[in-house]
Design a binder for this molecule. Structure first.
Ligand SMILES: Cc1cc2nc3c(=O)[nH]c(=O)nc-3n(C[C@H](O)[C@H](O)[C@H](O)COP(=O)(O)OP(=O)(O)OC[C@H]3O[C@@H](n4cnc5c(N)ncnc54)[C@H](O)[C@@H]3O)c2cc1C
Length: 385
């Protein structure tokens, strides 16, 4: 029998959850699997877009991480304060934990404060509290101007602000206030989902504009005046709003920035196929990583990649612990639904590691893709708990 080993997984979001459950399936009980998160519940973030228009509640789109204990996974609730990759030691609420294998899946930190006035003026649908606040404010809105804003050109789930604009527009039509409400999307980036290529990007832009949503690319917000309800942009223009829904700037979580794992691009540098960091037996997956692509942009941050990377890392750790099985490689494939309102969605699917540019196919918008997204939500919250 092999020596008992400890696998420590930091983060109970998409990547951490999948890694823990997959490892538990693969490793005998003598090996300890520990998952650490400051939150008590795992949140299915894609459903925040439905929650913000009142179609979901927090209860419906989250599950207690403690349920994982039934599977034989040790769950620790607490703030991760320090990571020492060389020693594979992690401090959680003052207690030091040592691992044989360490997996960092701590996501991206939302840095609202980077833009003065942003948090006071608007609601970020990228967090549960923000999406709930947006939902309350939306119910009160009867007329005026809704602005969806991306505060930087790169953020997790590049489809989300475009989906948000279309779902907000649909909500106004359902409530029969559309003729009294203007919907605009101000983006820091030149176009939707740039990594997918010009054709795909133009298709998403067309979907948005066909709904009468004003699209204003390359508008980098510099500050927001909450009292005047005015957004100031770097190009000297301004935009007024009655309701502001925004995507905040992202950065690697503080504890990761201080760990020495972060590379020049501000995110954890990993082998693009094995997700190993420069420290032996330390892996990083999901949004916390920065994986450069040949076209000069990074691999987008998305749950689809965190999920596939977690499968690879769990498999390879199990192979290292048991000494059995071929190693797997993450191949850059991913897919993403694009909610369009009216009970319809589209899908983008492809190889993001293809060179010189990612090869991503757009699937025609229809009711079946929306139904597939609803089914995926149900599968996710059932399958992993
Ligand atoms: C509105 C919205 C819609 C989205 N839609 C899609 C979609 O349709 N498809 C798709 O592929 N992706 C989508 N995403 C993106 C997807 O949710 C993320 O890419 C995915 O969650 C990344 O997984 P992760 O494990 O890297 O990080 P996360 O899931 O963010 O998990 C990180 C975890 O680490 C914990 N943590 C961080 N720091 C600490 C600390 N110091 N101490 C303790 N715990 C800590 C956090 O509490 C969190 O639970 C969406 C995201 C949003 C916000």
């Amino acid at each position: 029998m092999s020596k008992s080993q400890t696998i420590l997984i930091l983060g109970g979001g998409v990547g951490g959850l999948v890694t823990a459950v997959e490892l538990r399936k693969k490793l005998p009980q003598q090996h300890r699997i520990i998952l650490v998160d400051r939150e008590r519940k795992h949140l299915f973030a894609p459903s925040l877009l439905w929650l913000m228009t009142g179609l979901r509640t927090a209860e419906k789109i989250s599950r207690p991480l403690d349920l994982l204990r039934r599977k034989g996974i040790k769950v620790i609730h607490g703030e991760i304060e320090h990571i020492d990759p060389q020693r594979r030691q992690v401090t959680v609420a003052g207690e030091v934990l040592t691992a044989d294998h360490l997996v960092v899946s701590l996501g991206a930190e939302l840095n609202h404060e980077a833009i003065p006035g942003l948090a006071e003026a608007g609601h970020s649908f990228y967090s549960l509290a923000g999406a709930e606040g947006l939902c309350d404010a939306l119910k009160k809105l009867r007329s005026g101007r809704i602005v969806v804003l991306t505060a930087t050109p790169a953020y997790k789930c590049p489809a989300a602000p475009y989906e948000a604009a279309m779902l907000l527009e649909y909500d106004c039509r359902k409530r029969k206030i559309r003729s009294a409400v203007q919907v605009d999307l101000y983006a820091a980036e030149p176009g939707p989902m740039g990594v997918t290529g010009p054709e795909f990007s133009a298709g998403v832009r067309q979907m948005v504009e066909a709904k009468g949503i004003g699209f204003h690319p390359e508008h980098q917000v510099t500050k927001v005046d909450p009292a005047a309800r005015l957004i100031h942009f770097a190009n000297g223009t301004e935009a007024s709003f009655d309701l502001l829904a925004y995507v905040p700037p992202h950065r690697a979580p503080q504890v990761v920035r201080q760990s020495g794992l972060v590379g020049e691009n501000g995110w954890v540098a990993v082998d693009r196929h094995t997700l190993e960091t420069h420290s032996p037996q330390v892996y990083a997956i999901g949004d916390v990583t920065g994986i450069p692509l040949q076209l000069g942009k990074p691999l987008p941050k998305a749950g689809t990649f965190a999920h596939s990377q977690a499968i690879v890392v769990a498999h390879n750790i199990a192979a290292a612990v048991t000494g059995r099985g071929e190693l797997l490689r993450f191949d850059g494939h991913g897919e993403c639904f694009i909610e369009a309102g009216d009970g319809k969605a589209g899908l983008g699917r492809g190889n993001f590691y293809a060179e010189p540019t990612p090869q991503v196919k757009a699937y025609k918008i229809g009711r079946h893709w929306h139904a597939s997204k609803v089914l995926f939500e149900k599968y996710w919250l059932h399958n992993w708990f």
